[in-house]
Design a protein around this ligand. Structure first.
Ligand code: NAD
Length: 377
């Protein structure tokens, strides 16, 4: 693809798809253009068209992804459709004769079985991708790129904190937003709150722990939000608060504290990583990173405001979507010579931890990762 303009198509131009469109516009000088979108919802199509026109980008609009694929217009596709559609769309992309590189939004799929789908297709998503070595598939676990998180990852990877023993992630935020056709109100569409939302945090825990998860214990419920809502006579079943404990192969443990009725918080995410020699913390959106060594005590704690000069558009996710695209574009131009920042296996494991957590709440017991991987929940 060299230095020629890389042509993008966006499948699903709701809130996140349009966010990708705006991010890609800010990457225009890197040689990218969004040339097509696919979405069955006329208001989403129109909003994407309005944006593209304001960017002076001619845009082909399709109502389905298959027409977009067959148009042959695109080199790269962004899949930003509701979670339950990711599997089928990915399989169609992977089975298409034309090579399309893909950035698929998190969660990779809503179930482990879908991530490794057999179903009506001949191949599982991951196997299908393996048989298409010409196609690069990155999963949109973009929290890794958020400047304070990326800085904390650097501190941990440099060994500053010693061997990581505990990773605590607190997300205290506002309730789920309203989505097109309210798809996010039901576990069957989103995979459940701990898959949909928290795959980001399970992915980070695994990165910080530097090991794979073994088993998960969770407690959670729908206690405050969405209780007075009804869609076709059905009340939402998505939990709005939970504690989740994750144990890793190397003995590290992680804890997630999720509350979705906590608008009265200064930060939305607070991350703490403690190793045998020091502790690091990251705060979003304050963008503060702190770290200190046991031997130096409280007086030795250092702090910085994390920034990344490469970011030309902060958008809804503190510049992480911009950096995600920048990195993916570079991997595409490197034609496979550069490892993807987030691959399909990362996507699968982050879903598996979320699925195990959802199941743990349902069963009231520890659930092993082996269990969800083998039974393919
Ligand atoms: N990275 C993040 O932090 C982040 C943030 C928000 C959303 N997301 C993810 O982005 C995806 C989309 O979420 P959203 O908030 O934009 O939802 P949304 O409801 O605002 O938009 C979804 C769009 O997809 C369209 N759509 C539905 N089925 C389709 C299909 N088969 N083909 C093409 N288009 C289809 C809908 O009409 C709608 O316009 C989800 O997977 C979500 O988890 C990620």
């Amino acid at each position: 693809m060299g230095d020629k303009v890389v042509k993008y198509g966006i499948i699903g131009v709701g809130m996140m798809g349009r966010e990708h469109l705006i991010n890609l516009y800010h990457l225009k000088t890197e040689g990218v253009a969004v040339v097509a979108v696919a979405d069955p919802h006329p208001p989403s199509q129109q909003q994407a068209l309005n944006l593209a026109h304001s960017f002076n980008w001619p845009l082909q609009v399709f109502s389905g992804h298959k027409e977009l694929l067959d148009s042959g217009l695109c080199d790269v596709l962004v899949v930003s459709t509701p979670n339950m559609t990711h599997c089928e769309i990915l399989m169609d992309i992977l089975n298409h004769t034309k090579t399309h590189h893909v950035l698929v939004e998190k969660p990779l799929c809503t179930t482990v079985a879908d991530c490794r789908k057999v179903g009506k297709y001949k191949h599982k998503v991951i196997d299908a991708a393996k048989s298409r070595s010409d196609v690069l598939v990155q999963v949109g676990l973009e929290y890794r790129f958020m400047p304070p998180v990326a800085k904390l990852i650097d501190i941990v990877k440099c060994g500053t904190l010693g061997q990581v023993k505990m990773v605590a992630i607190r997300e205290h935020r506002f309730p789920f937003l309203v989505k097109v056709n309210n798809w996010n109100r039901f576990n069957c569409n989103s995979g459940g709150t701990l898959v949909e939302k928290c795959c980001h945090f399970f992915d980070l825990m695994r990165l910080f722990a530097g090991a794979n998860p073994v088993r998960v214990m969770a407690s959670g419920a729908i206690d405050v939000n969405h209780k007075d809502e009804s869609y076709d006579g059905k009340v939402p079943d998505i939990i709005d608060n939970a504690y989740v404990i994750v144990e890793f192969e190397n003995g590290s443990r992680g804890m997630l504290d999720l509350c979705m009725f906590a608008e009265g918080s200064k930060n939305e995410q607070e991350i703490s990583v403690v190793g045998d020699s020091g502790k690091g913390e990251a705060f979003v959106p304050e963008n503060i990173v702190r770290w200190g060594m046991r031997v130096e005590g409280r007086e030795g704690v250092k702090a910085l405001k994390a920034e990344d000069d490469r970011i030309k558009y902060d958008g809804l996710h503190h510049g992480s979507s911009y950096l995600e695209h920048l990195q993916f574009l570079s991997a595409i131009r490197a034609k496979g010579a550069q490892a993807l920042a987030v691959d399909l296996h990362d996507g699968l494991v982050s879903v598996a931890i979320g699925v195990a957590a959802q199941l743990s709440i349902e069963k009231g017991r520890f659930v092993t990762i082996e269990e969800v991987m083998e039974l393919g929940f």
